[in-house]
Design a protein around this ligand. Sequence first.
Ligand SMILES: O=P(O)(O)O[C@H]1O[C@H](CO)[C@@H](O)[C@H]1O
Ligand code: HPA
Length: 334
Amino acid sequence: MLVRHGDTEGTRVESVEAVKAKATQFLNQLTEADFQHCFQQWNSRMERCRDRQGEYIEGDKVATVIGCLADGLDNKIEIPYEVIPHFPRSTVQGHVGKLVFGHITGVPVVCMKGRFHYYEGYPLWKCAMPVRVMKLLGVTHLIVTNAAGGLNANYKVGDIMLVNMIGYGDRTRTQAKLFAYFKKNYQSCSRYLKVPGRTTSASGPASPMNEAYDRVLIDEAKRIATQLGLGDSVHEGVYTCLGGPNFETVAELKMLSMLGADTVGMSTVHEVITARHCDLTVLAFSLVTNMCVTSYQAMNNPNHEEVIDVGKMREDVLRMFVENIVRFIQKSKK
Ligand SMILES: O=P(O)(O)O[C@H]1O[C@H](CO)[C@@H](O)[C@H]1O
Ligand code: HPA
């Protein structure tokens, strides 16, 4: 919910109607050109955005991209994507298509019920546009979730994998190679996103995407997992995004596996690139909804219904997990 949070006047929550009116008015001011401009001249644009934002939003917000969580928010306000000017529409089965504002343990959050995928026909910049909107609304942290196929043989259906594309000690050489491979893709991805290219020296540690996934949040999420008794089912690994909408072939999965990927899906990467570009702190995790089939003989192909079912099955765990993470973010800001 767009609330004045921890402000000096002691007003924690405005009336729901007042907040809704302001949010709608604010979103109505945004034009497609605004978003295009955001991508092209980010720095100066952000100054203006900050000014606008200051008109009615103060304090810190947390955003999550996790559908089920939206249902349990306190003081919920739902804004269907259709009423938000220039917003894409959800076309994927199981993706409802609403921005939901509310609170998690007293912390103001905005959730997306339904995200946008490249395979729906949207350009990547448009798939990631909600992240820009969140930034404009004052969001500071983005918790991105996805349903994904498990490539790592140690994973099981229902497990959680905290995304850590690269770096940090326990990476293998294969994963370092994978990063080099992805770095190239980031650069071409950036072009689609209309983000000014980020160049890196051949040998340098380089791209800001190295720290895309916040180390403090990853470590805290692991600690929370242990505390919640989820220890064995929570991992840290490499997420890969392919274009979809088809599930991957055995050959593709073998290749990804050899490159060191641990989960595979069809989202998240462009959202995270965008979030980092507008300086949001990011935590991302995959829910392993199916194990990838890497044998031509296997008969158990993945399907979207299975993905939705496993998502539902793990809803309570995900909610608990995210609530604790949000609580930590809030505490760490004080
Ligand atoms: O990445 P999210 O949106 O969680 O969804 C995943 O699940 C769908 C496949 O069933 C694909 O859209 C894939 O990307
Ligand atoms: O196996 C998968 N592949 C791609 N995307 C997915 N989303 C859920 N499972 C999968």
